[in-house]
Design a protein around this ligand. Structure first.
Ligand code: PLP
Length: 447
């Protein structure tokens, strides 16, 4: 028997990708697709960049690999120096790895090592319900997605979860004089107290919840209140910017919307825009100096990869030169406005939300099928999961030559099906209009 690919789309025939250019992909049958999701919200600078390909090839020709304990490299040093001033972390130190899950694992170990080096045995990590931080055991443990977690009990770690800010289905509908963020901060403080402040190592969250909860933007008082509680108890803040980093939400990092300065930050996806499997863990100078003094031992064969750093640097230069972060804010506002214009009155479109070029649509059952609520068009109830509504919309859009991303979110009936849009930041205004029109047409075809 010959070798075969273990497919990620069992039972479905996939087209064979043949090329890409900007916001478009092409298959071997000659079909063109508008990439409305940058894969899994990965591609920022667009497909088919000869500049990044050349940078990768030049570095690989010169030297492709040298072990991170034996050598540093000019590309690594240059990358850290170029990225440093853009990061919302004080005196940032960069630990490059191969993707988001590895970056999260590294951050979790750094948080534990930081406290141990200070003589404190803190092991609890607080995550949020509905959150996704990766598929390795530690990252999945701190994730709050019941469906993904269920088969893998028991966990190695000690993660607990607090509620995510989710304005469309606010867990704290009763008013609070200081706003909803204060309620979340109170909940976090109660959770820390319940476990014992001297046991809690870190709080991990996405600044804007990405695909898993469908581009949920927290209320403006959320992050200031949450970081104040973490500081009060010496709990490290880990910002998961795997999806929101590198301009995706119209600022360099999601933290920048609220001036958040996390102790640790993880990024991936947009960092090398899909040209290289690059993830980054960033820690503050204080965390760095403390763990180094404590003898931090960690590493992967492919961490600090020389070619990965060259790819990241080339992507960074393009983001800066082409002003793609600003483009994300502008095209994102256009996309949100056009989605609202196309879909505002649709009975199954519950919510359209997001920032920059990270936008999501929450699909809900029409009023007669569920309980009345506060949806844009009248109803909060999700479709039954078995209806696979978002999946069918994604398939209908693909038939129209437009790629979308879908998520079932918590998969516990607390949210509707989610369509997530995150095209390359180089998408043109005309392509944004095409994306909004085709997405709306696919929704109308299925619902
Ligand atoms: N964190 C967030 C917020 C993500 O969206 C993802 C992937 O989608 C990850 C972590 C895991 O990244 P990776 O798939 O590169 O391991």
């Amino acid at each position: 028997m010959t070798g075969a690919v273990f497919s990620r789309a069992a039972g479905r025939d996939l087209p064979v990708v043949a090329g890409g250019n900007g916001a478009e992909l092409f298959d071997t049958a000659g079909r063109r697709y508008l990439d409305g999701a940058g894969g899994a919200i990965v591609v920022g600078i667009g497909h088919g960049s000869a500049e990044v390909a050349d940078a990768i090839a030049a570095q690989a020709r010169q030297v492709a690999y040298a072990h991170g304990t034996a050598f540093t490299s000019a590309s690594l040093v240059e990358y850290a120096e170029a990225l440093g001033p853009l990061l919302p972390v004080d005196d940032p130190y960069l630990y490059p790895v191969s993707g988001g899950s590895e970056a999260v694992e590294t951050a979790l170990k750094l948080a534990r090592a930081y406290h141990l080096a200070r003589g404190e045995d803190r092991s609890v990590v607080i995550g949020r319900t509905g959150a996704y931080h990766g598929n390795t055991r530690g990252a999945l443990d701190v994730s709050g997605r019941a469906g993904l977690r269920a088969p893998y009990q028991p966990w190695l770690g000690s993660a607990v979860h607090t509620t995510s800010p989710y304005e469309y289905r606010c867990p704290f509908p009763e008013s609070h004089p200081a706003g909803c963020g204060a309620r979340h901060a109170e909940e976090l403080e109660r959770t820390i107290s319940a476990h014992g402040p001297d046991t809690v190592a870190a709080f991990i969250a996405e600044p804007i919840a990405g695909a898993a909860l469908g581009a949920c933007v927290p209320p403006d008082d959320y992050w200031p209140a949450i970081t104040a509680v973490c500081r009060k108890y010496g709990v490290l803040v880990i910002a998961d910017e795997v999806m929101t980093g590198f301009g995706r939400t119209g600022r360099w990092f999601g933290c920048d919307h609220w001036g958040v300065r996390p102790d640790l930050l993880v990024a991936a996806k947009g960092a090398a825009s899909g040209y290289w499997p690059l993830g980054l863990t960033v820690c503050s100078g204080e965390v760095h100096d403390t763990v180094q003094a404590g003898g931090f031992v960690h590493g992967y064969t492919y961490s600090h990869h020389v070619v990965g750093a060259a790819a990241g640097l080339a992507v960074l230069r393009i983001l800066q030169r082409e002003r793609l972060v600003e483009a994300s804010a502008e095209r994102g506002a256009q996309l949100a406005a056009e989605l609202r214009a196309e879909l505002g009155g649709h009975p199954s479109v519950g919510d359209i939300r997001g920032r920059g070029l990270l936008q999501a649509i929450e699909l809900v059952a029409p009023p007669e099928a569920g309980t009345p609520g506060r949806a844009l068009s009248g109803d909060l109830a999700p479709f039954p999961r078995s209806a696979r509504v978002a999946e069918r919309v994604v398939a209908a859009a693909k038939e129209r030559g437009v790629l979308l991303y879908h998520s079932t979110g918590c998969a516990d009936g607390t949210n509707g099906d989610l369509l997530v849009l995150g095209p390359p930041l180089v998408i043109t205004p005309a392509q944004v209009s095409e994306l909004a029109r085709s997405c709306a047409a696919a929704i109308r075809e299925v619902l």
